[in-house]
Design a binder for this molecule. Structure first.
Ligand SMILES: [Zn+2]
Length: 374
């Protein structure tokens, strides 16, 4: 009997083999079968799952939680593609055509904050959306004038993105490239070797670069496994969807996300996201930071930079140096009105004042600002 699964024998982060079994449920379990049939509309046939188990493991060495039996390449392709070959434009209309204005607006404050943090004219920046989906984020970043590339494993989505004018790259092609920002939104929970992939992405970061890792928060997964509620949305406190069978094979918390980044020679960088909201949205949002404070949760949407190299070049102006005293190639600049430290300090103060006068709210970096379905 053919198996469509690969068994992980080691922790994907620390390679440890001291593992504890948190939950084992056969894929022939009636409730689990019902969920998969309903969620995938029959695309996942019973023979794909025969003999396999949903197994959630915890590494006793580093605390990482992950699914032990994961789909092989063939089952993964079936999971992430439309059920039958489809014209890319038609597929886009069917699966992505009804995105709201609010969905696109949510990308704006994040892009503004990242560009401001790097401190370089958008036209001089090169971005990569790793796991770009239908290319929505890419198109928003292109509107700022950035050079943008998208990487996507799904052939249908990739072809659609090409037709929409987005530059696509392959995994092999990015090895020789450098990016100033790499966006990964709801990607790392899906991949079989998260640390290996992050290390390769890190090698493609420019010295001033930032990388964003945003994944579902599995901080309370041990509580959720008591009920095995497969069907409800992840927002439901008892739903298992944060560790969704077949797809969310890596279950990160704030701590294990940082642990993985540390192993990839990255460190956290604070990128405050300033959101400009209508009065109604502003009042509603006031409740959210309070919720975060009350629960004490730490986010799984974080920004990172390379450890050693970026510590020397934080990059706050167009030449990539913090005080405006170096030009291209690190040569000293003659102080002028435009780059002198007093000017830079005054300009920053103006920006801060302008932000205070607008109906806006700046969230700490612990608040995820956009959720994009893979
Ligand atoms: Zn481990």
């Amino acid at each position: 009997m053919k198996s469509y699964f690969v068994v992980r024998t080691h922790c994907p982060l620390c390679q440890g083999v001291d593992l504890s079994d948190l939950l084992t449920v056969s894929y022939s379990d009636e409730r689990l079968e019902d969920f998969l049939r309903s969620y995938y509309h029959g695309k996942i046939k019973p023979e794909y799952l025969r003999g396999a188990q949903y197994r959630l493991e915890e590494c006793n060495g580093c605390g990482f939680i992950f699914q032990k039996e994961i789909p092989d390449a063939e089952l993964s392709r079936i999971l992430y593609e439309p059920p039958s070959p489809m014209d890319p434009q038609l597929a886009f209309e069917r699966y992505e055509g009804n995105r709201s204005l609010g969905y696109f607006l949510a990308y704006v404050p994040q892009l503004v904050s990242v560009i401001r943090q790097i401190g370089v004219s958008p036209r001089r920046l090169t971005f990569l959306d790793f796991g770009m989906g239908w290319g929505n984020w890419c198109r928003m970043a292109m509107a700022f004038g950035c050079g943008v590339y998208g990487l996507e494993s799904s052939p249908v989505r990739r072809e659609y993105a090409k037709q929409a004018g987005i530059k696509t790259v392959t995994w092999d092609e990015i090895q020789g490239m450098e990016f100033d920002f790499i966006n990964t939104e709801q990607v790392f929970e899906h991949v079989d070797d998260p640390l290996g992939i992050l290390r390769r992405l890190t090698s493609s970061l420019s010295p001033r670069a930032i990388i964003k890792l945003s994944v579902p928060d599995c901080w309370d997964i041990k509580k959720r496994i008591r009920t095995c509620n497969w069907g409800d949305s992840p927002a439901h406190g008892k739903s298992m969807r944060t560790a969704q069978p077949l797809e969310h094979i890596n279950c990160f918390t704030h701590e294990t996300l940082i642990r993985m980044a540390t192993l990839a020679e990255l460190e956290v960088v604070d990128v405050p996201i300033t959101m400009h909201l209508s009065l109604k949205s502003f009042l509603k949002s006031l409740l959210r930071p309070g919720y975060w404070l009350l629960t004490g949760r730490k986010s799984t949407c974080l920004f990172f930079k390379k450890k050693a190299r970026t510590a020397e070049m934080p990059g706050r102006n167009e030449h990539g140096d913090p005080d405006g005293t170096k030009g291209k190639g690190g040569f000293p600049l003659t102080p002028t009105a435009g780059n002198s430290p007093p000017y830079v300090a005054r300009r920053r103060a103006q920006i801060t004042l302008m932000e205070r006068l607008q109906p806006s709210i700046t969230y700490p970096r612990t608040r995820p600002i956009a959720i994009r379905h893979p």
